[in-house]
Structures are given as structure tokens and as C-alpha cells.
Design a protein around this ligand. Structure first.
Ligand code: OSB
Ligand code: MG
Length: 368
């Protein structure tokens, strides 16, 4: 295929509820979408970057820059036989994983739509339904959190993840365990702690958590291995794993016993497939993380989570949880068994993209 047209859209989308983590609060999101066209067929990618460099060093503006000045010009009007070629084509662009993933996703979607195949079948995903978990941000008080957990349990989410930070950790987990002794529960610190805070994790070790996600620095792998020696709850890295090489190192030194794979954090679907192959070889369980995606990114994540190594519940909740303005059809609804069905309504990411809706609501558009 030859990509002959490319467009960026920026939409401001309000979150249904503010989402607070140890690195800050998100109230609305400027969502960036890229649309690539080849001979009139369109493929879509969603960029997960946030306005500021709080989760990683990338921002929405850095992604606009990298996508429009480098990534798209480097692939436009060139013959591409398979989406896996994208990585090679952009190899000399360092870092900028979210920007790369957004463009690579659009190439996979476009390729699938041209070939008449779903993304799931292109990557070899085997499951029809994927296990859905929920990630609950830091709340104003414990009663609000307990109520949100109760609602999640009633909706049959398969596990609950609680964001933690200093002052909202051991105490709140004890409280949750008093009310929900058997709940499949985990915590995510988003790098809020240092090795000197080890006692907090030794205390958390008593509460039968499925895992502790990214307790220490975002660039750190070694200290996580030291912390893992002190506790039996598995550590699961998120921010620290930006490539299959990071994953291999972290596994080798026992810094991570489970990996939260966010395709956008590792630079795209091709890199995700390498992590999938590694995980199969070394028998490390995976699950797919989320970045408050709208429908386009969500559909991609659901397809990725259908790979056989993604055996744990994913941070992929129903569409209505975060936004009311939908950009795809059909939206994702939770099944009674706490799963989401892998969409197969159309080729590519499996859902229709509502281009008119995106076009109408954009606050910025750019032809590249
Ligand atoms: O660390 O997993 C994270 C949201 C934004 C940034 C980082 C994270 C998250 C989540 C939400 O936990 C997961 C979701 O999309 O539901
Ligand atoms: Mg995380």
C-alpha cells in the first residue's frame, strides 16, 4: 500500500469524572487522532499522550511535532508491504513511543481494512472475549472509594486496581480488605515511592494483592529487583518497560514478575508482539494497560489483549466509563461475566470510526 493522504485531528474530550493518580489529576483530555489514507481507504490511530509530561516525557504537542515533522513524512508516498516495516522505516527516530504507536496503529488499521482482515487475525489473537478490570483513581475520601468498588463488583469487573500515593496506601488497602476480603485487588503507585519506602510495601504484602504496579521510579529497573527481594507480592512494571529489551532485562533480574503492556508505551503493536513472544518463552503473564483511551485506542487494546499471553485482567473498561462522546460504533459494553467482546464488525480495529463526529468536534485539524 502507498499512503497518499494523512490528517491529524485534535479533540477536547471531557472525562465523566476527574481521574487522579500520584502524578496528578486529569479532568479533560486533548485527544489526538491520525487518519492515514491509501487509495481512498482510511486507517485510524489514537495518541495516548497527555497535555503534560507527567506519565512519560511525551506530551500532546511533542506528539504533534514528531508525527507531523518526521513520522508521517517518512512513510508517506512510499510502498509499505506490511505494518511491521514501520519500525524499521523510523528506526533512527529515538524514543517518542506514543507518537510512533499512534502512527503504527493507523497503519495496522489501514492494512487490515485493505486486506479485509481484523487486527486480531493479523496479530494472531485467539480469544473471543477479554477479561475486563477497572482502575480507580485516588478519591476525596475512603467512603467514595468503597462505594466505587461496590459498583465495580456489582458490574462484575474481574479485578479492581487502586491508585496509591503517600498517605493513601496501607490504611486505605486495610479498609478495603475489611469490606471486601476476597476481592481480586491490586495497587498502582505510578512511581510515587523510593527504595527507602520499602516498609510500606512490606506492610502491603499482608493484604493478598494480585500485584504491585510500578512502585518506584519510571526509569528504574534495578531498585525494583531489590524491592522484590523484600516482598512476596509480585511487582508488575508499567512505566519502566518501554521496549522488549527493557522487558528482557527486567525479567532477567527479577524486577518484574508480571508486565502491564501498553502498546502505546512500547512504541506500537510490532514491539508488543515481541514482548508477547518473550513472555511466552519465559512464562511471564501479561495484561494490557490503559491510558484513558477513547474508542479507537480501546478497540486496538481489546484486540491486543486477545493474544494468548495476556492471561490477567486488563485495564480495559467499558466505553461509558470515561467519555460520553463516542468516536466509534459499536461502543464497548461490559458482558455479564466481566468481559469485553473482541469486535469484528469491520476489518482493521473491528469497529467503524465516526469520522463526521471527529471532524465536527475537532478544535484543530492538520493535513500532513
Ligand atoms: O498507570 O495505568 C496507569 C491512566 C492514565 C495514565 C496511567 C495509568 C492510567 C490508568 C487507567 O490506570 C487505565 C484505564 O485506561 O482504564
Ligand atoms: Mg500504571
Amino acid at each position: 500500500m502507498i499512503i497518499d493522504k494523512a490528517r491529524l485531528y485534535l479533540l477536547r474530550m471531557n472525562l465523566q469524572h476527574p481521574f487522579r493518580t500520584s502524578f496528578g489529576e486529569t479532568k479533560d483530555r486533548d485527544m489526538l487522532f491520525v487518519c492515514l489514507e491509501a487509495g481512498g481507504i482510511k486507517g485510524w490511530g489514537e495518541c495516548v499522550s497527555e497535555a503534560g509530561p507527567w506519565y512519560s516525557g511525551e506530551t500532546t504537542n511533542s506528539c504533534i511535532h514528531i508525527i507531523s515533522e518526521y513520522l508521517v513524512p517518512w512513510i508517506k508516498n512510499k510502498e509499505i508491504l506490511h505494518p511491521k516495516e514501520f519500525k524499521e522505516m523510523c528506526m533512527s527516530i529515538k524514543g517518542n513511543q506514543m507518537a510512533k504507536a499512534c502512527v503504527e496503529d493507523a497503519i495496522w488499521d489501514l492494512f487490515g481494512r485493505i486486506e479485509g482482515k481484523t487486527l486480531q487475525s493479523l496479530i494472531g489473537g485467539t480469544k473471543e472475549k477479554i477479561a475486563s478490570g477497572i482502575s480507580l483513581g485516588i478519591q476525596q475520601n475512603k467512603d467514595i472509594l468503597l462505594q466505587k468498588i461496590q459498583t465495580a463488583v456489582e458490574k462484575k469487573y474481574q479485578r479492581v486496581k487502586i491508585k496509591i500515593e503517600h498517605g493513601w496506601d496501607v490504611g486505605i488497602i486495610k479498609e478495603i480488605r475489611d469490606h471486601f476480603p476476597d476481592l481480586p485487588l491490586m495497587v498502582d503507585a505510578n512511581s510515587a515511592y523510593r527504595l527507602k519506602d520499602k516498609d510500606i510495601f512490606v506492610n502491603l504484602d499482608r493484604y493478598d494483592l494480585l500485584m504491585i504496579e510500578q512502585p518506584l521510579q519510571y526509569y528504574d529497573i534495578i531498585d525494583h529487583a531489590s524491592l522484590q527481594k523484600e516482598i512476596s507480592t509480585p511487582i508488575c512494571l508499567d512505566e519502566s518497560i518501554k521496549s522488549v529489551d527493557d522487558a528482557r532485562v527486567a525479567i532477567e533480574i527479577d524486577a518484574t514478575r508480571i508486565i502491564n503492556v501498553k502498546p502505546a508505551r512500547v512504541g506500537g503493536i510490532s514491539e508488543t508482539l515481541l514482548i508477547h513472544n518473550l513472555a511466552k518463552e519465559v512464562k511471564i503473564p501479561l495484561w494490557c494497560g490503559g491510558m484513558l483511551e477513547t474508542g479507537i485506542g480501546r478497540a486496538k487494546n481489546v484486540s491486543v489483549a486477545s493474544l494468548s499471553t495476556f492471561t490477567l485482567a486488563n485495564d480495559i473498561s467499558e466505553s461509558a466509563r470515561y467519555y460520553s462522546d463516542y468516536v466509534i460504533e459499536p461502543i464497548f459494553e461490559l458482558n455479564a461475566d466481566g468481559t469485553l467482546t473482541v469486535p469484528t464488525k469491520s476489518a482493521g480495529i473491528g469497529v467503524e470510526v465516526l469520522e463526521d463526529q471527529i471532524n465536527r468536534n475537532s478544535i484543530k485539524k492538520m493535513e500532513i
